[in-house]
Design a protein around this ligand. Structure first.
Ligand SMILES: Cc1cc2nc3c(=O)[nH]c(=O)nc-3n(C[C@H](O)[C@H](O)[C@H](O)COP(=O)(O)O)c2cc1C
Length: 168
């Protein structure tokens, strides 16, 4: 089996998950950011990771997923600032909608599995959102303290468990 782990990561969270997944894959494997990948041919399974941005996949991921994944065996891993488990049904609904959008773009692929976990909202981004004066963005920025330190050791271990299950 030949594996590719490819990702797009602005502030490093998704990269950490990509590296954790890569570490547990056996045999022939490659780890590369999207922009260094020309073709997905020749891989038996491709792990694709990116963060949620503005309630869906960022433009780089949209382009990559819609143009490259047709007919391929893929597994998605996604990081986001929203709590993975929340008692707030509104937050859960938003997160599920965000994740659904990521999967919808890969409609022509064979999706083997998906994984998601929290990723720290960077201080710089939170400050920018706070300065926007747009209530929804300011509410989002206020979530930063809940995101600090993610993905943590436990989430990275879960990502590895996910990868092992996907290749089994
Ligand atoms: C411009 C921008 C928009 C974001 N929008 C969302 C969002 O809509 N929902 C969410 O849960 N997280 C959002 N986030 C948080 C990121 O998804 C999260 O911090 C992620 O782990 C960043 O991953 P990276 O370090 O790999 O870039 C946003 C972050 C940025 C920078």
């Amino acid at each position: 089996m030949k594996y590719l782990v490819t990702y797009w990561s602005q502030t490093g969270n998704t990269k950490k998950v990509a590296e954790a997944i890569f570490d547990v894959l056996p045999g022939e494997k490659l780890l590369k950011p999207f922009d260094e990948v020309d073709r997905l041919d020749g891989f038996d399974l491709i792990f694709i990771g990116f963060p949620i941005m503005q309630f869906g996949p960022p433009p780089a991921a949209k382009k990559f997923l819609s143009t490259q994944t047709k007919g391929k065996n893929i597994a998605l891993f996604v990081t986001h600032a929203m709590l993975s488990q929340s008692d707030d049904p509104r937050q859960q609904a938003i997160l599920h909608k965000e994740l659904d959008k990521c999967c919808e773009i890969c409609a022509g692929s064979s999706m083997i599995g998906t994984f998601h976990c929290q990723g720290e909202l960077s201080e710089k981004i939170a400050d920018e959102l706070m300065a926007s004066n747009i209530t929804m963005l300011m509410e989002f920025a206020a979530m930063r303290p809940l995101t600090i330190g993610h993905p943590n050791e436990s989430e990275l271990a879960h990502a590895q468990k996910f990868a092992r299950a996907v290749i089994a």
